[in-house]
Design a protein around this ligand. Structure first.
Ligand code: UN1
Length: 478
């Protein structure tokens, strides 16, 4: 067994039960051993973060800038190695793994810059001789709970703004992907963060996550993961009067109008629905197609899908890596059966495939003849499974797109300015894409959705300040 990687509590690496991190492309490949933290260690981490907060929140912009800058530089310099680690533990392709690592470096770079751009307002009171200052202050200890599907980018887009705005952190990465999380924390620790500012507690939600969410000392909780868990955490946070930011599921529509460039539309669907093995909350899972081009478009998709190469994440010619684990693969298969039993027509894919190594390989699946009330069109599957829903016209397409409990991302393929403009205004989603896949977002602009997809302020870019700071209004009689 390799030396286990430990948790970081109050600046000390602390031991715990070593658990193997298994490669979903090759279950005989152990990526490393990682210590699971205990509930007591999680509580120690919260106490350490609380103790570190007063000093850290008063550091100068330059001090915080320097640390985030150094972290960004190191992540970028190690992008091949970290990207490979990411692909090994999560299963997205090496190109996707390296791309996500670069994205994490860019996020630290961006927030290093944000450290140098503090903002405030100074204005006269409505009362004579009184001035008003409006400033933003750090919130306190932030609990960060991240999912397995973006093992470095999502931790980066929560940790970087939390540090930039002067908060201290207790960070629990998904149990399936501790590798990138550990590497990121190691980088930040060596970049010069004072002890206790960033604490890492790896392990299970039922142990470590529970200790974090139950603590009244955690002033703000940011979570990305499943809808039911996020909803429960939001309720629990309300009881504690704590700030909450929940990024949950999606059932993202992608509308294809008859006037669309069908090459562009097909690329958007293949990318949005199947790349990263469909394991993105922004994935397109409902493909809403105007009847006039429906048969032609479904045939085109089927054709393109038949050439997709599913395989080991680290093989150069792989376009789609494995599903993350057996549980997720079994869930995908259950939904394939549900779709068939609901009367949807499986155009192709959905079956397991064998490769040289033992992994969780599944061909992407496309259903046609779906209606929007089928379970496969309403529930998030979180795998490479998409449903085509035929519609009469644009108005019906928009109505179907909005007929969902979710509201994260919505896309449209059209060459009409009129429909593109109307869709941007009327799609009930936090993010709208025109002639672009529903997944794949920039790091410097707000990320988040509506309805059951998101709760609380937006993530990323300057909008991250809404969650990671609290506003103070100070009055002074001169
Ligand atoms: C992207 O589509 O670029 O968990 C990012 C997720 C999202 C991130 C998607 N929070 O899939």
């Amino acid at each position: 067994m390799t030396e286990p990687k430990l948790n970081l509590v109050g600046g000390q690496w602390v031991a715990g039960d070593a658990t193997p991190n298994i490669n979903p492309s090759d279950t005989s490949d152990i990526v490393g051993h990682y210590a699971r933290a205990t509930a007591d260690q999680a509580r120690d981490a919260i106490a350490a973060a609380k103790a570190a907060f007063p000093a850290w929140s008063r550091t100068t912009p330059l001090e915080r800038h320097a640390i985030l800058r150094r972290a960004s530089d190191e992540i970028l310099a190690r992008k091949e190695e970290l990207g490979r680690l990411l692909s090994r533990e999560e299963g997205k392709t090496l190109a996707e793994g390296i791309g996500e690592t670069v994205r994490a470096a860019q996020i630290f770079d961006y927030f290093a810059g944000e450290c140098l751009r503090p903002e405030g307002e100074l204005l006269p009171s409505v009362r004579p001789g009184v001035g008003v200052e409006i400033t933003r202050e750090a919130v306190g200890v932030v609990g960060i709970i991240t999912p397995w599907n973006f093992p470095i980018a999502i931790p980066a887009w929560k940790i970087a703004p939390a540090l930039c705005h002067g908060n201290t952190i207790v960070f629990k990465p998904a149990d399936l992907v501790p590798g990138c999380a550990w590497a990121l924390v190691d980088i930040l620790h060596r970049a010069g963060l004072p002890d206790g500012v960033l604490n890492l507690v790896m392990g299970r939600g039922s142990v470590v996550g529970k200790a974090i969410v139950e603590s009244p000392d955690v002033a703000a909780l940011t979570f990305t993961g499943s809808q039911p868990t996020g909803a429960a955490l939001a309720v629990q946070s309300a009881h504690l009067m704590r700030k909450a930011q929940m990024e949950m599921g999606g059932k993202n529509p992608f509308v294809v109008l008859a006037d669309a460039n069908l090459d562009v539309a097909a690329d958007c669907v293949i990318n949005g629905a199947f790349f990263s093995t469909g394991q993105r909350c922004t994935a397109s899972s409902r493909i809403i197609v105007e009847e006039a081009i429906h048969d032609q478009f479904v045939a085109k998709l089927a054709d393109q899908m038949s050439t997709l190469r599913v395989g080991h994440a680290l093989s150069e010619d792989t376009q789609i890596g494995p599903v993350v684990d057996e549980n997720q693969l079994a869930q995908n298969e259950t939904y394939i059966e549900i779709g068939k039993s609901e009367g949807a027509r499986l155009v192709g894919g959905g079956y397991r495939v064998e490769r040289d190594t033992k992994g969780f390989f599944q061909m992407p699946a496309l259903f046609a003849d779906c209606t929007n009330d089928m379970r496969i069109a309403r529930e998030e599957i979180f795998g490479p499974v998409a449903s085509v829903i035929p519609v009469r016209d644009y108005d019906t397409a928009l109505a179907v797109a909005n007929d969902t409990e979710f509201g994260l991302s919505a896309g449209i393929a059209t060459t009409s300015l009129k429909y593109a403009t109307h869709f941007k205004r009327n799609a009930e989603a936090g993010m709208v894409m025109v002639n672009l896949p529903t997944a794949g977002v920039d790091f410097h602009v707000p990320f988040g959705g509506r309805k059951a997809s998101s709760y609380g302020p937006r993530e990323q870019g300057r909008y991250a300040a809404e969650f990671f700071t609290t506003v103070k209004t100070a009055y002074t009689a001169a």
